[in-house]
Design a protein around this ligand. Structure first.
Ligand code: GLC
Length: 553
């Protein structure tokens, strides 16, 4: 029977305007001194996260995994990787987070599993023709001796998307498909066992209290079974493996499963798609609840580009009655303090702009302005761990310490994602900055820059004007601001198109000045918060690269 609380939750589900903090377990906090973060480390810092003022935590994969792609190669969804802890630790973490009012989102990776997953081990051991192979995409090679891959698809991480196997008798065998690393064989979603297993995994975590799932590479699980060649320069429609119509059946079925829980669990999609109409299909009322807004993340710090992406986001979401999200950084992209300090401040996976000249002071100033802008837009907001400390992309990691398969599979042409995954600085004046205990036997799994001494949570705690204080203040204000709850949004007329000004409900106004010149403040408003601590509203003008929250009486 539904309780009064359930009814309230259905009327205004938490995910519609939640601030969700992404925990990247390897790099959050290491309690046992092996140089790798773990769940006990997170549990010890739950009060910090609750105190930051976020509503929910999303955990990048914490499951048993050989870590060929930092946990996105899952060997067993029902076990926690020993480097991170145990299932009991995860259960305790969920309970403790809930007690502090924090929701939990776990990561599910439907496109592929690890090559160490028992299904793939069995498929390899059984040899060609075995039923176990139908859970994946095994095919004979082309060429007289099958020496060429079955088609010309390329891996997202570089190199061919096929790897040849060796038969149990030692002879060269079939090839298998992996759209990411060879250690991540793609699953065949036409096989009902694949569907049933994932639904059982969803129930496993929902039954343990997970409030939602983040769905990895959500556009990719459905493939054209004919596996045709694919020329990216002349792409056929439909694409042979991205955003195929039949992928939606998976999420309809997951939605029904999530809705059967009380309160219903949330589905959050990693949907990288440039077409806003196709993107919105994933958010139809019987599919996912929300999806990451990568168009916003990719956008440069440019008023026209941001205005365009905000409008496109609001209209595509309104077309399906969905709630937008606003994202600035995550574990796959260059940290935005760095992006916003560059001449070209946009992001693209093919455009990492490694080691281009970067003005970190400017990037930091803009990151503060960007936070207030994004937090004031209608919908949910994502924070990637360390963003609240003002961390920048670490660009000088020595090649021999780099771990990302992208770096290795592209021969270093694409430097990869390690620079945003460096372990967090918590305290002290030198590495490991409290990430690991003083007694640690190993250094952090990626080296931390010495300059992070001024960025530690300890150094910033309670300091007026620090990034951490700013995040705490902004999140507390947002939570208490009734005008930000509803989806109301209206642009305000401005003389300078480089000023983004809009109002929400209850007289709330947000003004972001992206112009190189000061912008006049609207009359009859009073200041709630400014991204620039030194801003004085008495001047009547807002400096460049500054955002303010104002209220009309
Ligand atoms: C997603 C993840 C990324 C991972 C990839 C393959 O894009 O965010 O980190 O490497 O999927 O699972």
């Amino acid at each position: 029977m539904a309780t009064a609380n359930d009814t309230a939750a259905q009327q205004s589900p938490w995910w519609r305007d939640a601030v969700i903090y992404q925990v990247y377990p390897r790099s959050f906090a290491d309690s046992d001194g092996d140089g790798v973060g773990d769940l006990t480390g997170v549990r010890e810092r739950l009060p910090y996260l609750a105190g930051l003022g976020v509503d929910a935590l999303w955990f990048s994969p914490w499951y048993a995994s050989p870590q060929a792609d930092a946990g996105y190669d899952v060997a067993d969804y029902r076990r926690i990787d020993p480097a991170f802890g145990t299932l009991a630790d995860a259960e305790a973490l969920i309970a403790e987070a809930h007690a502090l009012g924090l929701k939990i989102v776990v990561d599910i990776v439907p496109n592929h599993v690890s090559d160490r997953h028992p299904w793939f081990r069995e498929a390899l051991a059984c040899g060609p023709g075995a039923e176990a192979r139908d859970l994946f995409w095994f095919r004979p090679g082309r060429g007289p001796a099958g020496e060429l891959p079955p088609n010309d698809w390329q891996s997202v991480f570089g190199g061919p998307a096929w790897t040849r196997t060796t038969n149990p008798d030692g002879t060269p065998g079939e090839w298998y498909l992996h759209l990411f690393a060879p250690e991540q064989p793609d699953l065949n979603w036409n096989n009902t066992k694949v569907r049933e297993e994932h639904e059982s995994v969803l129930r496993f975590w929902f039954d343990r209290g997970a409030d939602g799932v983040r769905i990895d590479s959500a556009t990719m699980p459905a493939k054209d079974p004919a596996l045709p060649d694919f020329d990216p320069a002349a792409p056929p429609l439909p694409h042979p493996y991205i955003d195929r119509d039949d992928v939606h059946g998976i999420y309809r079925s997951w939605r029904a499963l999530a809705e059967a829980y009380s309160p219903p669990r949330a589905l959050i999609g990693e949907v990288w798609l440039a077409d806003p109409v196709r993107f919105a299909h994933y958010l139809r009322p019987d599919e996912m609840h929300t999806a990451f807004n990568f168009d916003y993340l990719n956008s440069p710090w440019d008023p026209a580009a941001l205005r365009t992406v905000i409008d496109a986001t609001l209209s595509s979401h309104a077309s399906v009655g969905a709630s937008p999200t606003w994202v600035l950084s995550n574990h796959d992209v260059t940290r935005h303090v760095t992006r916003y300090g560059r001449a070209d401040s946009s992001f693209g996976h093919a455009l990492r702009q490694h080691r281009t000249p970067t003005n970190l002071a400017l990037g930091t100033r803009r990151a503060r302005a960007a936070l207030l802008l994004a937090l004031a837009l209608p919908g949910g907001h994502y924070i990637y761990q360390g963003e609240e400390l003002g961390l920048w992309e670490v660009e000088d990691i020595p090649d021999d310490l780099r771990q990302d398969p992208i770096f290795h599979r592209t021969g270093g042409t694409d430097v990869g994602r390690d620079g945003c995954r460096v372990p967090l600085p918590w305290s002290g004046d030198r590495p490991p900055f409290g990430f690991s205990p003083d007694t640690a036997q190993a250094a952090p799994w990626l080296p931390q820059p010495a300059q992070w001494a001024s960025c530690t949570a300890e150094a910033q705690d309670g300091r007026p004007g620090s990034m951490l204080t700013f995040y705490r203040t902004a999140l507390a204000l947002r939570r208490g601001e009734p005008g930000l709850r509803a989806l109301d949004f209206r642009w305000l007329p401005v003389d300078d198109p480089a000023v983004l000004a809009f109002t929400r409900a209850d007289g709330f106004v947000c003004l972001a000045n992206l112009s190189p010149a000061p912008a006049p403040l609207p009359p009859d408003t009073h200041l709630l918060l400014a991204s620039d601590v030194d801003f004085d509203p008495a001047t009547g003008h807002l400096p460049p690269d500054t955002t303010v929250w104002l209220r009309r009486p």
